[in-house]
Design a protein around this ligand. Structure first.
Ligand code: F6P
Length: 550
């Protein structure tokens, strides 16, 4: 941390972009498409199976040129090389950042701090494969000799969102035991998950990088009690496995290290679904499909590492994200997958992007000089259309949208018209939304439709609302891996440009320690003195309500 981190706003490219913003402010997307007939093709990148169309972003060829200069002047290529080679780019924790090593093929080699991490990675993948083969074939039996029918993953943040999102996304490939995910320390989460389960046929995966996370250890302890009450202490070995970097804590919890799947401190929690944290996914879809998922990620890693900047999809997405958030002032991004199976993708991306880039100081501790981390949110289309799209179309806030769509669906059904299919209808909705956001409809067009003058202003669609459209052939394990790696790398690019450490998360620590301190205050009945009047008052109100008062 001795080296000073560059302030992006002092670069030549930033100053040029700042001026350029004003130059193109009055140019509409309609005009840009009229001036550049090949715009759609020119602004579409191909990465693996992903086709990424940036043409509806508010930018010109000159904007992209300047954004690529910005990437150059902030050292994105060198930072990427440093990450991929295992340099300690997570400076505040002095750690390498090597989630890309999790998806290197078996015959690759990567020596980091004197160790071949690829060999370690594949040794764990093999152990995961052996375990999941046994579980899926029925060879692994519970304490009463019954076959395991349900796997419950207990974890939170990266130890939940990745496997939960991917397992759901790959529903069609699910041919193993049923999977459930418990994350919240709210007892309702565990209680609901266990309500109809039989301890004799249930296996718990306790997934925690640190094995010290309050929510996970609370849920794991309660789940252990549920199992032991029914089957006795000896049953734990057949019904609990752990995924962690911390063997001693796993043993202390009472899980046999033989049933522990290891990963390493160079895998950040939100980047860990390709590690043993993906064990629940492997239980659901099997080791071959999981290998395809990893291979999909590796395809995008290779694209990111080797493709020229002007065609490099995650690099372009990253700098366009900076352009939107920091220069145009569009502070949030909606992610709208037109795929019900990607319903958890927005939540997954919230952690990936916001825990990574939601920082106000640069890696050297100096304050950032421009807005950083976008606020990510979203829901699957078409549901989102009937909820928040009104604001996207006509609100005062401009929210860039990432549309994700699939050309084919394994679930397709005939459409009501008897001619097309519901998947075609779904995609037609996606294209329509992106089209209307970009090109809108002006007052004359509204009038030309014979709309009553009193309603014209209400029906004007302003347009010029940016979006990126990502298309893929089908939701396969590989494509899901590709989507994840695509977002991981754009998050990385943004972090480098902003000069922040995208791999720490100090901002979540204080709340955790204060919760632990407040737990006993809430449970007790002494006059609260927590150091602030607001919290003291809330605790008193809480106690009154808890005791049935008003
Ligand atoms: O895997 P662990 O150590 O239980 O941590 C869970 C999550 O908690 C965090 O540390 C903070 O939210 C995340 O980064 C992480 O994914």
């Amino acid at each position: 941390m001795d080296t000073e981190t560059q302030d992006v706003t002092t670069t030549e490219a930033w100053r040029a972009l700042d001026a350029h913003r004003d130059e193109i402010a009055a140019v509409s997307l309609r005009e840009l498409f009229a001036i550049e007939p090949q715009r759609a093709q020119a602004l579409t990148s191909h990465a693996g199976d992903l086709v990424v169309d940036f043409s509806k972003q508010r930018l010109t060829g000159r904007t992209l040129e300047l954004l690529l200069q910005l990437a150059e002047q902030t050292g994105v290529a060198a930072a990427r090389e440093a990450m991929l080679s295992g340099a300690h780019i997570n400076v505040t924790e002095d750690r390498a950042v090597l989630h890309t090593a999790l998806r290197l093929p078996r015959d690759a080699q990567l020596i980091v701090d004197g160790v071949d991490v690829v060999a370690d990675v594949h040794a764990v993948l093999d152990r995961m494969g052996e375990f999941t083969d046994r579980l899926r074939s029925g060879d692994w039996r519970g304490a009463t000799g019954q076959q395991i029918t349900t796997v419950v993953n207990i974890g939170i943040g990266g130890s939940d969102l990745g496997p939960a999102m991917v397992t759901r996304a790959l529903r069609r490939f699910h041919d193993g035991p049923a999977t459930r995910f418990v994350s919240n320390v709210d007892p309702a989460d565990l209680t609901a998950a266990l309500a109809d389960l039989d301890p004799a046929t249930t296996v718990f995966i306790v997934a925690s990088k640190t094995f010290s996370t309050l929510e996970t250890l609370s849920n794991a302890t309660a789940a252990r009690r549920w199992l032991v009450d029914a089957l006795g202490e000896d049953a734990v070995a057949k019904h609990f496995v752990a995924v962690s970097t911390h063997t001693e804590r796993v043993v202390e919890f009472g899980i046999d290290p033989a049933n522990m799947f290891e990963f390493w401190d160079w895998v950040g929690g939100r980047y860990s679904v390709g590690s043993a944290i993906g064990l629940a996914v492997m239980c659901a879809i099997g080791r071959e499909r999981f290998a395809e998922f990893l291979a999909g990620m590796h395809t995008i890693d290779t694209h990111f590492a080797t493709t020229a900047p002007a065609r490099n999809a995650p690099l372009l997405a990253g700098v366009i994200g900076v352009w939107n958030a920091s220069i145009l002032g569009y502070r949030s991004r909606a992610v709208v997958p037109y795929a019900q199976d990607l319903a958890r993708l927005p939540a997954y991306l919230q952690q990936l992007t916001m825990e990574s880039n939601g920082k106000s100081v640069r890696a050297d501790g100096t304050p950032v000089a421009c807005p950083t981390g976008e606020v990510f949110w979203g829901e699957p289309g078409t549901n989102g259309q009937h909820a928040f799209f009104q604001l996207l179309h006509q609100g005062t806030e401009i929210v860039p949208v990432d549309f994700l769509g699939l050309a084919r669906s394994g679930d397709d059904l005939p459409a009501r018209d008897g001619q097309t299919s519901m998947q075609v209808l779904l995609l037609a909705n996606m294209f329509a939304q992106a089209k209307v956001l970009a090109f809108g409809r002006d007052a004359d067009e509204v009038r030309a439709d014979g709309v009553d003058e009193a309603l014209v202003a209400h029906k004007v669609m302003p347009g010029d609302r940016p979006s990126t459209t990502i298309l893929a052939p089908e939701l396969t394990p590989s494509v899901v891996g590709q989507i994840i790696a695509f977002y991981e790398h754009q998050t990385f690019v943004q972090g480098v440009v902003w000069g922040i450490d995208s791999f720490d998360q100090w901002g979540v620590e204080l709340g955790k320690t204060q919760a632990t301190a407040l737990q006993s205050v809430l449970a007790g009945d002494e006059i609260p003195d927590t150091g602030d009047a607001s919290t003291d008052h809330l605790i008193e109100v809480y106690r009154t309500l808890r005791n049935g008062g008003r």
